[in-house]
Design a protein around this ligand. Structure first.
Ligand SMILES: [Cu+2]
Length: 142
C-alpha cells in the first residue's frame, strides 16, 4: 500500500509538472547579449557575432542541466514575442541553432540591413521561461 502511494504521488508530480511546463525555468537575472556589435554598427561581410551570457551556462542541445541552455540567433525576423514562447525554435535561415554550445559565429551576409537577436533554448530547443533574449540590434553590411 505504501509503495502504491509513493508511486501515485510520483505520478501526480509528473502530471502536474507536465501541465505547468512552459519551458525550462531560466535562472533569475539570466541575460544574453551580443558582445562585439553595437546597434547601428556598419560592418563588412563575413560578420563575426560573439554571444555573451550572464547568470546561466552554455550546454549543448540534448544535455539537460539546470541553469543552462544553448544560443539561437534570430536573424532578420520580428523580435521574440509571445508566439515564440514555449514552442520549439524553428531551424531555418531566420533561426540559427548553436546546439554544439558554440558562443560565436561568422556569417556571410549580403549588403544591407540585418537584425540580430539572441534567444536561449533548453535541451529541447524550447525558449526558457521566462525567456532569456537579447535586445534586437540592427547592423548594416556595407
Ligand atoms: Cu536549439
Amino acid at each position: 500500500m505504501r509503495r502504491i502511494s509513493a508511486a501515485t504521488a510520483a505520478l501526480f508530480t509528473l502530471i502536474s509538472t507536465a501541465a505547468l511546463a512552459q519551458g525550462t525555468p531560466s535562472p533569475d537575472g539570466a541575460e544574453v547579449y551580443i558582445v562585439n556589435l553595437d546597434d547601428g554598427a556598419a560592418v563588412q561581410s563575413p560578420v563575426t557575432i560573439v554571444f555573451g551570457m550572464r547568470g546561466m551556462g552554455v550546454a549543448p542541445a540534448g544535455v539537460e542541466m539546470e541553469g543552462t541552455g544553448h544560443h539561437h540567433l534570430f536573424l532578420n525576423r520580428a523580435p521574440f514575442g509571445e508566439a515564440d514562447a514555449a514552442v520549439n525554435i524553428p531551424a531555418d535561415d531566420n533561426h540559427i541553432h548553436f546546439g554544439g554550445g558554440q558562443t560565436e559565429v561568422t556569417l556571410e551576409l549580403p549588403a544591407g540591413e540585418h537584425t540580430l537577436q539572441l534567444v536561449t533554448g533548453d535541451h529541447n530547443h524550447i525558449p526558457h521561461d521566462p525567456p532569456v533574449v537579447s535586445e534586437v540590434i540592427t547592423i548594416t553590411v556595407e
